[in-house]
Structure formats: C-alpha cells, structure tokens
Write a protein that binds this ligand. Structure first.
Ligand code: ZN
Length: 280
C-alpha cells in the first residue's frame, strides 16, 4: 500500500504505556452483557469487566521504537483512509458518518466494554465507538497467523471500522438484542453473519482504496490471505487440532475470504446483507 507521506488520522488516542485502572475490580460473571467485536474468536475470559468509568486516555509520553513508529504511522494513515471512504459512502446514502477513534495500547486496555488484554486481538467497542489495537498484533498476524504484507493489517483495521459502520447503521444493536433471546448456538450463527458483514465492509473499503490509487500489486491478495488466516476453522484447527463448527463466531476461512471479496468487487453497501443470504 502506498501510505508514506500521506495524511494520518487525527482521531487517535495513544495509551501505550498506560495501565488500565480497573484490572483488579470486577469479575467475569458479568461477561454475558459485554459486547466486544474482535477480529478473532478468542477466549472471552480474557475480557474482565468492571463497572467503573474508563480512565480517560492521556497521551502517555510512550517512546516508540523505530519499528513501532513505522507501524503506528501506517495504521494512522489507514484509519484516515477509512474516514475518507466512509464519509463519502455515507454521504451518497444521505447519511452522516461520525468518526470512530483509534486507540493504541500496550498489554491491556480499558474501554466501556471492560478491560481487555492484547490476547483479545484488535477489537471495536460499540459502547464508545473506538477501535483498540495493540500493535504487537501486526507481528502475530505476519508470523503466527502467516498473513504477511502491509495490506493484511489494513484489512484488520478496515474490519474493525466495519463494526463501527454496523453500529452507526443500527445493525449492532439489532444483533445484540438477540443475545438474551437465543440459545448460544443460534446466537453464534447470527454472530457469524455479523462478522462476515464486517469483512464485506472491509472489502468495500478496499474497493475505494483502489479507486484512490493507493494500492500496490499484491495488496488485495494480502487481504484475502489475511481474511482466510483468521477463519474460525483454521484458528481452531491450528490451536486445538480439531474444529467445533457450532462454536464458530466469525465464519470459516472460505467464508471470510469470500465476503471480503464480494465487498471488494461491489464497492457499495448493496450486496452486504449477510443476514438474509441463503448461502454464506
Ligand atoms: Zn469482527
């Protein structure tokens, strides 16, 4: 991706080096009511809720390594590109896009969704309209998940911003209302459709990024490979050696790859109704 020298998002909170205040408080009993929409399935016990107000994010004076600066510069440019693209798409729909915030953290972070550790992976908290990223995930994506290339990480950011779009469009609330009404298995099926829609929206963004002339050869392949890398089946197979399809919350590698690609070829919100799709 051609990102160097281009403008960065101004909607960034740098909380690296800041410890969350609520780590000791609370427990995992309240987890059912926590909504956190992450890139990966993950273990929900990694999220520890507490009822306190999150501490406000101060610029921490954190000193970046050269490698970290490269990554933080990159994600800030990608975030700015999502602002440009979604502002335009919302305008075409007669809507106003309100910007989310990007929170950079290290180790653990507090949001209105609770306290989360970096093992959660990048996530979006609908309660505060913020995308949370520990940049150490970039390496995990490349090495552990075997999804190299800068546009793999761009896809990850665009997926989380996709959750913000779903929140603004009212989809997130609708899905979450179902949580108390459905069995876990039934609710997981809705979650998969919800997550695949975020992949579709990431693809829509990639379409517009291409029109902006900021993609390089191989970028779309990097994103498609990353979408496959974070499929529930692949992650479970690699982690446990087997898969439990009823527990899938994000979709298979094939489904995630396919919905990103659908969004990329469409470039519009039309065609992203994963909830009514007869086949995923
Ligand atoms: Zn997600």
């Amino acid at each position: 991706m051609k990102w160097r020298g281009r403008s960065s998002s101004q909607n960034v909170e740098d909380r690296r080096g800041v410890s969350p205040t609520g780590l000791i408080a609370g427990g995992i009993g309240t987890i059912i009511l926590i909504l956190i929409v992450a890139l990966l399935g993950g273990d929900p016990s990694q999220i520890i809720n507490d009822s306190q107000e999150p501490s406000t994010g101060n610029s921490s004076g954190y000193v970046e390594t050269a490698e970290e600066k490269e990554l933080s510069d990159f994600v800030k440019v990608v975030f700015a590109d999502t602002e440009t693209v979604w502002t335009e798409i919302f305008r075409e729909e007669g809507l106003t896009y309100s910007y989310p915030k990007l929170v950079l953290y290290s180790g653990a972070v507090e949001s209105t969704c609770g306290v989360s550790s970096s093992s959660t992976g990048p996530f979006y908290c609908p309660g505060d309209h913020k995308v949370y990223v520990d940049l150490s995930f970039c390496k995990e994506l490349q090495v552990k998940l075997n999804a190299p290339g800068d546009f793999a990480m761009a896809y990850v950011i665009a997926h989380e911003v996709g959750h913000h779009v779903q929140t603004l469009l009212g989809t997130t609330d609708k899905v979450m209302e179902l949580q108390t009404k459905l069995s876990e298995k039934e609710f997981n099926e809705y979650l998969v459709r919800f997550e695949l829609q975020a992949d579709y929206l990431a693809g829509v963004w990639a379409n517009h990024a291409e029109q902006m002339g900021i993609l390089e050869a191989g970028d779309i392949e990097e994103a498609l490979n990353a979408a496959s890398a974070v499929g529930d089946d692949r992650i479970q197979q690699n982690t446990y050696g087997y898969t439990v399809p009823d527990s899938f919350t994000h979709g298979t590698s094939e489904q995630r790859n396919s919905w990103f690609y659908k969004g990329y070829t469409s470039g519009t919100l039309n065609g992203g109704d994963t909830f009514n799709a007869s086949e995923l």
